[in-house]
Ligand binder design. Sequence first.
Ligand code: G6P
Length: 463
Amino acid sequence: MSGTGSADLVIVANRLPVDSVTEADGSQTWRRSPGGLVTALEPVMREADGAWIGWTGVPDVEVAPFDNEGLSLVPIRLSSSEVEEFYEGFSNGTLWPLYHDAVAKPEFHREWWESYELVNERFAERAAEVAATGATVWVQDYQLQLVPAMLRRLRPDLRIGFYLHIPFPPGELFNQLPWRRQILEGLLGADLVGFQLPGGASNFIRLVRARIGHRANRDRIHLPEGREVRATAYPISIDARAFEALARTPAVAARAAEIRDQLGNPRKVFLGIDRLDYTKGIYARLRAFGELLRDDHLDVEDAVFVQVATPSRERVEQYRILRDEIERLVGRINGDEGRIGRVAISYLHSSYPREEMAALYRAADVMVVTPYRDGMNLVAKEYVACRFDNDGALVLSEFAGAAEELRQAWLVNPYDINGMKAALMHAFAADPRTRARRMRAMRRQIMEHDVARWAADFLADLR
Ligand code: G6P
């Protein structure tokens, strides 16, 4: 089979870049979801008559291909049992924790694996139908690691790229996986395998050598059939200019002032914004803040914490447990430390549009990003992009990919509560000149390395 479709660039991702919304009159439409990936790829997609293959996020519905704001979208159907086994199971109960340092215990179930294979095959078949002869196909993330090899079998004429948005673990962890060889072989179907950090790329190359026995030279792996696979790092970023432009709007400035006002005009505002995920270190960070209040290093008149926790993967057991733990802790700290009209931690279990996020970034004196492990962490970069005033302090985990670029943040080890307390206090007390110096340096980095450049670099290398 070759050249049955017409798209010269095909993106294959677990999710389509749209969300299903129900209008007031009960009708259903699609709204563009605000990811950086789609923003970056949109211009290239238009030029190349591109198509995006992905799941709608809703189980059991068959949706015909459709156009949304000039993008051609090709929905994949997942049954409810596939949502349980492929998505919640193997993707988010096995791979997600395993690839994040096993901060939660990964579960290994043979039925989950079978579903993962089956669904990956469905994505690969669809990509094979949609892609034009010699087209470029770019497969995204851990949910689809078998697609590159499956697709190459169907369509050897294609250029196939793969990008992993999360960390790629060392052998000490990866080797637990009963299907480790199949995953490595799946990825080797690509011509180019991209990682967030050089460390992930070298973990992969080392595993390919050790487990499959292929030769490798720097970032090139030599396959016996003569093909070459490159494995290299492309740290992802955001549309930094768009974030800055948004932060500069009068509406966002007014909303930022209003937020501070509604918080009771404390001297300083700490902010956390995360998907409610156990990799993000939300619990430990709030504990650190709570202890600073308890021990009178801070007072609620001086400082409050706003924690936005975006609902995520809510049917997965470990996410439910985490939510309960965090909410119990927030209740306890607020009960012990709050006063009437002055809440220590404003906890928001909700997701917000970009404008509100930009306003929160502008309102926050100290942004606290403390994951135990994170592929990159775009919230840290968004905060920096929004601080065109060269003010604000970023407290950042050394285990976030972003820490390799944002060296001027207050870097912390999130396992070290005392260390985190010290960093929060340093960021809290930093003088304006120190803040400006650090912020300026970080802004230079992210303005030069935005998501458009990331996509262009990857695609140029792939082609
Ligand atoms: C991470 C992953 C993405 C995923 C996102 C949201 O950023 O790398 O692949 O789409 O989380 O998670 P969800 O399970 O809701 O798609």
